[in-house]
Design a protein around this ligand. Structure first.
Ligand code: SF4
Length: 165
């Protein structure tokens, strides 16, 4: 797996102070994507879990880790260990995805890695970026079809529970 970049602190990719990991590889190809170089799974540097983890724990001000892309859910197996380790320190996990929550749920029924990964994600910003639904004033998302979802509440209720409308 390759990564297109890593920010050790950011305030624009989720709530609070966050580390942000940009995963390379995206099958969605949304027109006017903000990060088209990330479509190529070979873009950027090789992922080094320990290096990323160490940079995260060295920053005492962080609230959590955000996974962005690219498409993080292509790499559930590769990211699972980092997410587990980061959560064990008390930080939360946000993930962006071009899939909808419902698509991920169906995928998770036949893919254990997706199922296990979903169990670790706190907040999901789901859906493709749709230029015709672009809404610059919305926080943390590019178009108004995208939802900010409380994943654990949604798994429990078996329906989407929004974290932030
Ligand atoms: S899902 Fe995100 S990274 Fe992938 S094409 Fe759409 S906007 Fe770009």
């Amino acid at each position: 797996m390759k990564i297109g970049g890593f920010y050790s602190d950011s305030i624009s990719n989720g709530e609070g102070w966050r580390a942000v990991l940009f995963i390379s590889g995206c099958p969605h190809h949304c027109p006017e994507c903000h990060n088209p170089e990330s479509w190529d799974k070979d873009y950027g540097e090789l992922y080094d879990e320990d290096d990323i983890y160490n940079q995260i724990i060295e920053n005492p001000f962080l609230d959590g880790l955000t996974l962005s892309g690219g498409e993080p859910f292509l790499y559930c197996q590769e990211l699972f260990s980092l997410v587990k380790r980061v959560k064990a320190t008390g930080l939360n996990i946000w993930s962006y995805t071009g899939f909808t929550f419902e698509e991920l749920l169906r995928w998770s029924e036949r893919n254990y890695d997706v199922q296990a990964f979903l169990q670790e994600v706190d907040i999901l910003v789901d859906g493709k970026f749709l230029i015709e639904k672009m809404e610059p004033k919305q926080r943390f998302r590019g178009s108004c079809n995208q939802r900010i979802i409380d994943v654990q509440a949604s798994l429990k209720e078996q329906e989407v529970v929004l974290y932030m409308a």
